[in-house]
Unconditional design. Structure first.
Length: 95
């Protein structure tokens, strides 16, 4: 029984550390491997929209900023909302 308690305690501590690490990454605008950056990491002025100026200040893996910005800005109003950003599905890389 004592051994089982030690194993459960070790497991609980591991889960706690993993959760804290993930939360810290989220706060810093990190992203999953190969995933898009967090909306808040691009919305540098915190107004809830990404302007072209904010968007173009970030590095992108391929393509040009204007083309990609226009693809994400689905209603063409010149800004990207969080809804537009989260619903955009980038093309898959070709293997």
């Amino acid at each position: 029984m004592k051994q089982c308690s030690k194993v459960l305690l070790a497991f609980a501590l591991s889960v706690g550390f993993i959760g804290q690490s993930y939360a810290a990454d989220s706060d810093q605008g990190s992203r999953p491997q190969g995933g898009p950056p967090a909306f808040s990491s691009i919305d540098s002025d915190g107004d809830g929209e990404i302007s072209f100026s904010e968007f173009s200040s970030k590095e992108i893996p391929q393509g040009d900023h204007q083309t990609i910005f226009d693809e994400i800005d689905s209603n063409g109003d010149g800004v990207i909302t969080e809804s537009e950003f989260s619903s955009h599905k980038p093309p898959r890389p070709q293997n």
